[in-house]
Design a protein around this ligand. Structure first.
Ligand code: FAD
Length: 533
């Protein structure tokens, strides 16, 4: 197979025009082209004209001649092998089963790959199965009732379940593990387009049934998923893990334990520190969610093409390096979505964003956040970032007035340094509700300064971003893990053998796709260790 990249066609081209463009590019007789598949499709909106840009894999006669003809042309190359190859196979008689703690994207892929290799993993997840969890999560949004073990952060599917389901990442991926993640998602019910769209998303509704299907496959392959099983302690034998202790007093023994905890398992991080597991503080970001009318973002991004069905609701990605040394950027942008209450702890307010596949809610939202670092902002050891987050989240709860209402402010008032007293033209989507106030009262001063500086810059890229009535809802504190549970090249904790820290909570992923990829990597590390390699 031969791969062509940078093949550009008008937005409204027909399938025949694409076929013609492929043959035309290769200057090959149409009959020589036996078939082709779209590997990637993205947009190019430069010079005011919207085009689709393709990467195409072509099955064509006389391939060698074509490679010779296009020698030196970086747009033509052999199609790389993106298949996934297992690192090993479990023996028929397993002496022991690996344990995976956490069933978010990382734990799901760790368990799935281990199961596919025949290792029959046991998954321990503190939250509930996804349908029950959905009810509990809605309990907070609709009735201000938080279940601290079953919420946006905890439960089957992990933090990514109630999300926009964006499935792209900037990680280096020479082994095409992201392709394996996407392929498994399609097998579990995701639309096939996620395999070729440059910026695919799934949305919350589909994620729920996909997670169930992946659970079913793991069980079918001999794995086990145990819900409402919170790991509260490690069983250690010198510098080796021998298993875990559960909140209900039970124990599960295994010499191979994957920790795919997510970034919100603060109690578990505290336990790990007590047990002496090596961890270090790492940078993350804090800020607010910002909401604009989606139509404003569509017009700014797509211009006269706004509303075109192929384009859908527009997204954006913004960065500004502020004079005080801080990076200000948009985070986890959710077109046509809603701002959600994402706390897992009582009397704390945390925001995040989600959407459905259709992305047809009236507002666009994204995190509007500022980078912070342990050396400067929260010195004092690996857990200091947790205290910093907790303090901000408690202040947000208080400023919101209780009952999990979030503090909010109009952008124009934030810029002018005055408290908001009422909403303008943008109706915020956060539930259970917002309290209009002055967010500068709880955000660190350097954040406020950097955010105010960034707004005019962002408005130059997205016309209308500085809309007076855009709503800021706070606080966004869990952009990534505040710590890293450092591991070595063998995937194991630096000082506890048999313990495999993985995913976002361990500081090795940020987002659904990269967490899934890390799950695969850690499953491979476990398999190698179990096979004595
Ligand atoms: P998690 O998904 O956090 O999973 C960890 C799991 O471990 C949880 O289910 C938890 O209950 C369990 N656990 C924790 N401690 C224990 C314990 N002691 N015992 C047993 N189980 C335990 N990313 C994207 O790429 N695209 C998006 O559109 C997107 N939107 C998001 C929207 C929201 C509202 C949120 C909260 C996050 C979003 N993210 C998104 C981020 C993404 O969800 C995470 O990066 C990803 O889920 C991390 O995967 P993980 O498996 O490492 O951790």
């Amino acid at each position: 197979m031969l791969r062509i990249s940078e093949l550009k066609l008008p937005l409204d081209h027909t399938p025949e025009e694409l076929a013609d463009a492929v043959a035309g590019f290769l200057k090959a007789p149409a009959d020589d082209v036996r078939g082709f598949t779209v590997f990637k499709r993205s947009y190019d909106a430069r010079k005011g004209v919207m085009s689709l840009v393709y990467i195409i894999d072509v099955d064509v006669a006389n391939e060698d001649k074509l490679f010779a003809r296009f020698k030196g042309d970086r747009r033509v190359m052999p199609t790389p092998d993106t298949n996934y190859y297992y690192v090993g196979q479990a023996p028929a008689e397993l002496k022991q089963r690996p344990v995976v703690v956490g069933f978010g994207p990382c734990g799901i892929f760790a368990a799935l790959i281990l199961a596919q290799m025949g290792f029959k993993p046991i998954v321990l997840e503190r939250g509930k199965e996804v349908r029950q969890r959905t009810k509990d999560t809605w309990g907070l949004w609709r009735k201000s009732e938080l279940n601290t073990e079953s919420n946006v952060q905890y439960g089957e599917g992990g933090a990514g379940t109630f999300s926009d389901g964006k499935l792209y990442s900037q990680i280096k991926d020479p082994r095409h593990l992201g392709r394996k993640v996407l392929t498994e998602f399609v097998k579990a019910g995701a639309p096939e387009e996620i395999l070729y769209l440059a910026r695919p998303h799934i949305g919350t509704f589909r994620l729920v049934s996909m997670v169930e299907n992946m659970r079913a496959e793991i069980i079918e392959l001999g794995g086990e998923i145990r819900f409402e099983q919170r790991v509260d302690d490690l069983i250690l034998d010198g510098d080796r893990v021998r298993g875990v202790k559960l909140a209900d007093g039970g124990e599960v023994l295994s010499d191979h334990v994957v920790l795919a905890l997510g970034h919100s398992a603060r109690d578990t991080f505290q336990m790990l520190e007590k047990r002496g597991v090596y961890m270090e503080a790492k940078p993350f970001s804090v800020g607010v969610r910002i909401e604009h009318p989606q139509s404003l973002i569509d017009a700014a991004r797509w211009g006269k093409y706004a509303g075109h069905p192929l384009l859908g609701a527009a997204d954006y990605k913004l960065v500004h390096h502020a004079g005080n040394g801080r990076a200000v950027y948009s985070f986890c942008m959710c077109p046509g979505g809603t701002v959600v209450a994402a706390t897992s702890e009582e009397k704390r307010v945390v925001t995040n964003g989600m959407s459905q596949y259709s992305r047809n809610e009236r507002n666009a939202n994204s995190g509007f956040v500022v980078s912070i670092s342990p050396e400067v902002d929260y010195p004092g050891g690996p857990l200091a970032g947790l205290d910093f987050q907790r303090e901000l989240e408690s202040k947000a709860y208080e400023l919101g007035g209780g009952d999990y209402f979030a503090p909010a402010q109009l952008l124009g008032d934030f810029m002018a340094g005055k408290a908001s007293t009422q909403l303008g033209s943008v109706e915020p989507s956060y539930k259970p509700g917002v309290t209009m106030t002055d967010l500068a009262r709880i955000l660190p001063d350097f954040c406020v300064e950097a955010m105010r500086e960034a707004i005019p810059h962002f408005a130059r890229q997205i016309r209308g971003y500085d809309l007076h009535d855009a709503v800021l809802t706070g606080l966004e504190t869990r952009t990534s893990s505040p710590l890293r549970i450092t591991r070595g090249d063998d995937g194991q904790s630096l000082n506890v053998k048999g313990l495999f820290p993985a995913g976002e909570g361990a500081g090795y992923a940020g987002g659904i796709l990269s967490a899934g990829v890390d799950g695969i990597k850690v499953a491979e590390a476990v398999a190698k260790a179990m096979l004595g390699r």
